[in-house]
Write a protein that binds this ligand. Sequence first.
Ligand SMILES: [Zn+2]
Length: 275
Amino acid sequence: MPTPIPAGAPRHTGGCLQPVLLRGRADYIDGGTGELIHRYTTVHEPGGVLPVACKTRRASRCPPCAEVYRADTYQLIRAGLTGGKGIPATVADHPCVFVTLTAPSFGPVHTRREGRQLDIRPVTANGDMTDTKVAGHVAKYATKAAECTGTLDRRITPADRLTDLPVRDHARRHIAACLRLGKLPQLKDPRLAAWAHTLGFRGHFSTKSRTYSVTLGSLRADRAAHQREYAIVAGLQPDVDSDTTLVLTDWRYAGRGDPLIDLLAPMGGVPCPGS
Ligand SMILES: [Zn+2]
């Protein structure tokens, strides 16, 4: 049996500021003979760990990952309006409107600034509300949902004091109501306390029919396939037959953050630009 050569894995963290660090290995085994074709191990990586992007959609947590989410959401919405990414162009013939609902509790000032409480505009190719405008608008808010409602981008913990949270008063009242109602046995299922930071809402940001457009999952799978091809060409990953090769993996969580920062810490930390 040939000695497997550890190879550096492709690290496409896209500049993630808070990557998840994994320690472990991946064995590529010939399904027919049981022969070990290739082994990847993190032993030879900086710090002995493999950084993986956090993939958050919150710009307040990780701007580079949120930018990827924004771009994917843009492509998803746009393909559903005009076609592309495997969606037929005939979808553009379907009637389409952009509806904005403003809650009465947002008050008359917000309503005056943003328009009526119920605002319905047709989405057309050349009008006031185009497909690119809608896609850009929805994608932008996908990364900023928490900040826009003046609430938190993380869960509330028992250590948090409601009065100290950096949120708007309006959001604070919603959060207080969620925490209070969440204690009632008859309101156990909505898990309002766990989702108080999103004011009780626990759905996805963009809820859509599965037949509306491509999915975020398919866009991510395409990107992963592209990166895999790049890694094979660069000699970072073996070019194996995916139908006959077994890949056995063993990963363990090894922390969060940039492993290079930990490596540089004993030498005085990461050098500052210009220092
Ligand atoms: Zn990230």
